[in-house]
Design a protein around this ligand. Structure first.
Ligand code: ZN
Length: 170
């Protein structure tokens, strides 16, 4: 009987691991962000690779399309909280950004998520600021802390180029 028990446990452990991995880490909050995410995953290998890479991290990334004025920039990535084993980010895309520009902006913001994913020590907004002091640049204006990186801007441009190629049938 002892020989039967061990494989059963193995199977159970394996199936648990599989179901945990199938929970999407990048989650669209509304129909519009679901469309942008779907279009990006289909037409941009870079954006698709970012979504797959984030699947292997401790991040859960919510994507939303927000009203004008709700955010200081067309695209933002915010650290929401660390809870249990997960760190939560929220990506907001302004409603006024549409079409391929919205997909490219999402690619840019997902790259920020990837940068934060690799810095496991980042567990709050102050940590994000310290991270970008080292890998990008940070400045404060109007009571808002802005951070960006050349690598994320490059990822956004790459997504835009891939979308143009996809539209042209390449
Ligand atoms: Zn950025």
């Amino acid at each position: 009987m002892g020989y039967v028990v061990a494989p059963l446990i193995l199977v159970l452990v394996f199936s648990c691991a599989v179901s945990a991995d199938t929970v999407p880490r990048v989650r669209a909050f509304d129909a519009r962000s679901a469309f942008i995410l779907g279009r990006g995953a289909q037409a941009s290998p870079t954006l698709s690779a970012l979504v797959h890479a984030l699947q292997e991290t401790d991040l859960i990334v919510h994507v939303e399309v927000c009203h004008e004025g709700a955010n200081p920039a067309p695209g933002t990535t915010r650290f929401v909280t660390k809870a249990g084993a997960y760190r939560y980010l929220r990506i907001s895309i302004a409603q006024s950004v549409t079409g391929d520009a919205a997909v490219a902006l999402l690619g840019h913001e997902l790259y920020h998520a990837w940068e934060i994913a690799q810095a496991r020590w980042v567990v709050d907004a102050a940590g994000v600021e310290r991270l970008y002091e080292s890998i990008g640049h940070v400045h404060k204006r109007g009571g808002v802390t802005w951070a960006d990186s050349a690598a994320a801007r490059s990822a956004g441009r790459q997504v835009q180029a891939e979308l143009r190629g996809f539209a042209a049938g390449d």
